[in-house]
Design a protein around this ligand. Structure first.
Ligand SMILES: Nc1ncnc2c1ncn2[C@@H]1O[C@H](COP(=O)(O)OP(=O)(O)OP(=O)(O)O)[C@@H](O)[C@H]1O
Ligand SMILES: [Mg+2]
Length: 329
């Protein structure tokens, strides 16, 4: 390699917008050639054009798992319903999925497990892991159905203490863990969040490759989406990386007969061209009934309009994830 066409590892990190840990993985997986710096034999130099070519390619996910946070600062827009339904669709499709309930109100946990996350519960939750009391793997509980299984990290009201922890320690914690979790058995990790701007939500977003935003089909909910895009810009600046990227918006509780729903869709498409998923989730009573049956909609009412819509949403998400990123061979 001619000397003026080479860069150091830290220059390569700058060009690619990744951390040194991630760059080491990228270098290994892409088998990047190096030469030693003639002025200091300990320093490795990389071919500049190979690094530039990597920058132009879709961003690389260098772990087995792809992490998707379901987030919207507005409450009651179907974040929890969507997180459970998508984890169940992924599992039904043969993927190994983990659902992290990162919401202190623990709705996903109560929708899947019989035992309530009472404040007396001794089961370890994210807070226990962040305090260093238990390894991450000990938080994981299987959710078993006859048709498929996925894993879940249940939540607990005590998790709201995370919002009062030191953000400098907490916010990067999941990202640092996920980046170096080489034994991860998962293809997809879904994270359900509360409607807030707190530390816990930032931790989930910063730890994710993608953020997916359900929007209820009314104008106020659509207005709230601008806050999310600002949050994601901050998260990318913290990570110095293209992640978390916005996977897209999709409309929930959609009623095609109501004008407000169609207007919400048009406004969203005009504000975020190309970022609104085609699938809409209809307002469907079978979805409302699912949590009481402690199972996802694709099992409680597989032929319902709600279940079919979530199936189609999952297919669209999978296609988008595969089209917009690369994974290691
Ligand atoms: N498509 C739908 N049709 C009918 N009911 C729905 C639909 N989607 C969600 N719901 C119901 O709306 C309520 C709110 O949904 P969900 O709990 O998923 O929202 P959320 O965004 O997680 O709320 P929060 O902001 O409180 O976390 C629940 O009772 C849920 O069953
Ligand atoms: Mg919720």
């Amino acid at each position: 390699m001619p000397e003026n066409n080479v860069v150091t590892a830290s220059e390569a990190c700058e060009i690619l917008g990744v951390s040194p840990d991630t760059f080491r993985k990228i270098a290994r997986e892409n088998q990047l050639l190096t030469i030693s710096d003639p002025t200091d034999g300990r320093v490795r130099l990389y071919d500049r054009s190979s690094i530039e070519a990597l920058r132009k390619a879709p961003p690389l996910i260098s772990t087995r798992h792809r992490v998707i946070t379901i987030s919207n600062n507005k409450g009651g827009v179907a974040k929890t319903t969507s997180a459970i339904s998508l984890a169940a669709e992924a599992a039904n499709d043969g993927f190994k999925a983990l659902l992290i309930d990162a919401a202190p109100q623990a709705s996903a946990t109560t929708s899947l497990f019989d035992d309530k996350p009472a404040s007396t519960s001794k089961a370890p939750v994210l807070l226990s892991w962040l305090k260093g009391d238990v390894p991450f793997e000990e938080l994981i509980k299987p959710v078993r159905f006859q048709e498929f299984t996925f894993d879940c990290i249940p939540s607990h009201p005590q998790n709201d203490q995370i919002d009062r922890s030191n953000p400098l320690e907490v916010v990067p914690a999941l990202r640092e863990f996920f980046e170096t979790w080489d034994e991860s058995p998962y293809d997809f990790v879904f994270i359900d969040t509360d409607p807030s701007f707190g530390t816990l939500v930032s931790m989930a977003q910063v730890g994710s490759h993608f953020v997916l935003c359900p929007v209820q089909a009314d104008v106020l909910s659509v207005d709230g989406t601008a806050q999310l895009t600002r949050q994601l810009q901050r998260a990318r600046a913290i990570n110095r990386s293209p992640f978390p990227s916005l996977l897209g918006f999709f409309l929930t509780r959609f009623d095609a007969r109501r004008r407000v729903c169609k207007e919400a869709m048009e406004t969203l498409k005009a504000t975020f061209p190309g970022m609104v998923l085609e699938t809409v989730i209809p307002d469907n009573v079978r979805i409302t009934e699912s949590p009481a049956q402690k199972a996802p909609i694709n099992l409680t009412a597989p032929d319902s309009k709600g279940a079919l819509a979530y199936r189609s949403l999952w297919k669209e998400i999978l296609e988008r994830v595969e089209r917009t990123t690369r994974t290691t061979p």
